[in-house]
Every structure is written in C-alpha cells, then in structure tokens.
Design a protein around this ligand. Structure first.
Ligand code: HEM
Length: 227
C-alpha cells in the first residue's frame, strides 16, 4: 500500500507519516479485536469452522485477490461474528450545530451523541429472535439452480443498521482491506492448525468495552498443527 501511495506521487513526508500512523492505529486493534472474538465463536461452532476450511481448501495455497473475494462463506462468518462482538463497540460524535434527530430528539451544538453499536448487534428488532445465535447463513442466499452450480451469495446489510464500520461519508476507509486481511489470516490458520481455547471448560469470556472490544485477560489458546 505504501508503495502504491509513493508511486502515485504522494511523497510528502508528513502526509505519509500521518497516513501510516492512522492506518496502523485504525487497522491493527480493530482487526485483532474482531479476530479474537471470531476464533472464540469458532471454538464453539465446529460446523462453521468446517465450512470455512472447505471453502479455503478450494482456493490456491496463497489465494489471490479474486479468490479471497470469492470466499463468501468466510465473509459471512466474519460479518456475523462482528455483529455479536463489535470490534468498535460504541462511537461518539460532537454536535456541530443545533439539530433535531430523525426520532425528534433535539441536540444542541457542543453536545456529545453516542451510538451503541454493541447494543445494536443484539437487538431483536434488527436481527430477529435468534439474534444470539452465531449463524453466518443469515448473511447468505443460494445462487444457481442447485447441484454442482449452486453457490452462496453474500447479502450485505444496510450500514445504518450494521454500523460496524460506521455509515455515511466517514465510513471506515479500510473496510475492504480489513475483510481481505482477515479472510486471508483465517483461511491460512484454519487450513493448517486448530485453535483450542486454553481455559477451563465452561468459561465465558468477559468483554471489556474500550476503544475496541477487548477480551478480559486475553484469549489463551493452544495451537495444534494439522500436518
Ligand atoms: C474489523 C476491522 C475494522 C473496523 C471494525 C473498523 C471500524 C471503523 C469505524 C467504526 C470507523 C469510524 C470511526 C469514527 O470516525 O467514528 C473507522 C474509521 C476509519 N478506519 Fe476503520 N475499521 C477496521 C479496520 C480498518 C483498517 C484495516 C484500516 C486501514 C488499513 C482502517 C482505516 C480507517 C480509517 C483511515 C478511518 C477514518 C475514516 C474517516 O474518518 O474518514 N480501518 N473504522
């Protein structure tokens, strides 16, 4: 990415430093928070894990961009995980001028307004009665007439009801890159290793809502090679 910026004529050192810092800050803790909870969910949902491994195994050993884009089931599994465990659990904005929100709430210049993305991911009104179930299929539609040609199609949610990457003009600039990175990492790990929680049976990890959703005391795991 850095070489793309430089080759497109952006050589100003301060600008490049700002871009690199914001990408590292915005992109590292978010994707690691997303993947921590994702691997936790997978440890309790072996059938989802199997489907991801099957999808990844059908691609090249080091999948190229188009192949990663085509990892529809893995995309859905990550999206579903991020709706239960939001990498950025809440987001606060400052009101620039007196205004009235669509529901009639008046807001005054200087007030702070927070939207609680974590709560939104657990609302029956948005996700149905089975909102607590980890079900990647809720993001998928069958494509084709069945048999060999049948494929899954990913059905994206409107970003205002799934504001994991925020919505509107200041949407996350790294959204596509985040999915690309996470799909590659997940595929590479799951086809080579099993990731087993190293916690006493029945432990429910505790979520710490900070800038990102952390797991209290981290997520201790044992990695077993499949080779
Ligand atoms: C799962 C991963 C990620 C999540 C959940 C996420 C979420 C978000 C959210 C909620 C915002 C809006 C913050 C706000 O202004 O209130 C944001 C902004 C941003 N994100 Fe991400 N992000 C992720 C990964 C990445 C990656 C990998 C990059 C870059 C490589 C990135 C770059 C940015 C940038 C530059 C902004 C600022 C956009 C702007 O203000 O116009 N993000 N992200």
């Amino acid at each position: 990415m850095l070489s793309r910026f430089l080759s497109s004529g952006h050589s100003d050192e301060d600008l490049m430093t700002d871009i690199i810092i914001s990408f590292v800050l915005a992109g590292k803790d978010t994707t690691s928070a997303a993947l921590t909870w994702f691997f936790w969910l997978l440890s309790n949902n072996p059938e989802v894990r199997k489907k991801i491994v099957k999808e990844t195994s059908e691609k090249s050993e080091v999948p190229v961009y188009d192949e990663v884009k085509d990892m529809v089931y893995t995309h859905a599994a990550l999206s579903e995980s991020m709706s239960l465990y939001l990498p950025v659990p809440l987001d606060t904005k400052e009101v620039m001028a007196d205004d009235v929100l669509p529901d009639g709430t008046a807001v005054k210049k200087g007030m702070r307004v927070t939207y609680h993305v974590y709560a939104m991911g657990r609302m029956e009104k948005l996700w149905g009665r089975d909102w607590a179930e980890y079900r990647p299929e809720r993001w998928l539609e069958r494509e084709g007439s069945g048999g060999e040609s049948e494929k899954w199609r990913f059905v994206a949610r409107d970003p205002f009801s799934y504001p994991v990457f925020q919505a509107g003009p200041r949407t996350c600039l790294g959204k596509q890159m985040a999915y690309l990175q996470m799909k590659r990492v997940v595929g590479a790990i799951l086809t080579r290793f099993t990731v087993v929680p190293a916690m006493p049976e029945g432990t429910e990890p505790q979520l710490i809502s900070f800038l990102t959703s952390k797991m209290k005391d981290g997520f201790p795991v044992k990695i077993h090679s499949l080779a």
